[in-house]
Design a protein around this ligand. Structure first.
Ligand SMILES: [Cu+2]
Length: 180
């Protein structure tokens, strides 16, 4: 009877490595009470642009609703919370009093929707750089996150990077175990 070394062990290691890789994707997270602030990013601004915008996803794992009340940053003269509204077929930006983050839910600030408006930029936001943004919540309090500047055309890189990490190329390790 031929002895077969169980391959389960190798597969377990490969899966563990896969999760270790996935962890690095989520490195741009900050925890604040029961909130998770995920992947803060901004679009690079061309030349003399006076305004920019920052985005992120806010998860609320708590049992109470929370609200983002304000944002502040040194890179701009004024920072406001904005949404886009469709007025007679024209998309317009409107300042909002607060951004709701429901208990057990999440809110995503993204291009074409809710965003942190950076008005009166003190200089261009360059791809690859990052800048601090202080966010203040009604329940959770305030914290400062690092906003990563992505390319001008970026729609946010979360899903793309997560997909790259799903590569299963490393699953063949430890083949020789069966020949002993
Ligand atoms: Cu705006």
């Amino acid at each position: 009877m031929k002895f077969q070394f169980p391959r389960l062990h190798c597969a377990t290691i490969a899966i563990a490595l896969l999760f270790a890789g996935a962890g690095s994707v989520l490195a741009a997270e900050a925890k604040l009470g029961s909130l998770m602030l995920e992947q803060p990013w901004a679009r690079a601004t061309p030349g003399q642009a006076k305004n920019g915008a920052a985005y992120l996803t806010i998860h609320n794992a708590g049992k109470a609703d929370d609200r983002l009340l304000s944002a502040a940053s040194d890179v701009a003269a004024r920072v406001e919370l904005h949404n886009h509204v469709n007025k007679d077929g024209v998309m317009q930006m409107r300042q909002v009093e607060a951004v709701a983050v429901p208990a057990g839910g999440m809110t995503t600030l993204k291009p074409g929707g809710l965003h942190v408006m950076l008005m009166g930029l003190k200089g261009p936001m360059k791809e690859g750089e990052s800048f601090p943004l202080t966010l203040t919540f009604e329940q959770a309090g305030s914290t400062t996150v690092q906003v990563k500047v992505e390319s001008v055309g970026s729609m946010g890189s979360m899903s793309g990077k997560a997909m790259e990490k799903m590569d299963h190329g490393g699953m063949d390790h430890g083949k020789s175990a069966t020949t002993n």
